[in-house]
Design a protein around this ligand. Sequence first.
Ligand code: AMP
Length: 145
Amino acid sequence: MLIEHLLATKGNEVVTVAADTTIAAVVAVLQEHGIGAIVVSDDDGGTVAGIVSERDIVRAVADRGGAALDEPVSALMTTDVVTCQPSARIEDLMAVMTEHRFRHLPVVDDGRLVGIVSIGDVVKVRVSELAEETRTLHEYVASGR
Ligand code: AMP
């Protein structure tokens, strides 16, 4: 399956914050949306300036305590963001996520942010594809061909 097909089902909404947003505010947004990472964007979600995940926040709080919550997200975010294109295949994303050991990939088309894919989205697609393959094989065997 291609990422553009996944986004057609999942939608294009990406939760973003500006780079000067405090970590305390980011935590509230993560909680409100039930997500694990946020794309940082300084043009209201048009382009990607960085990404911050719950792991970055856990690390900062472990290092600096509650004071980390007052820092701007720009202090913690990863700026070297790996992205993918809508034309990429789910299998390609699985390889990228495994190689880099992260669970979120913003989808960018012609420099513009058009979606985000999490490892949960990828697993959901693969489980459904495997169920379909199993069903097809059962039908094939049952038909005696
Ligand atoms: P995650 O597994 O997505 O929670 O992220 C683990 C670490 O990788 C954190 O330091 C994130 O800031 C970073 N990270 C997450 N997604 C990406 C991405 N697409 N490109 C670069 N770094 C990322």
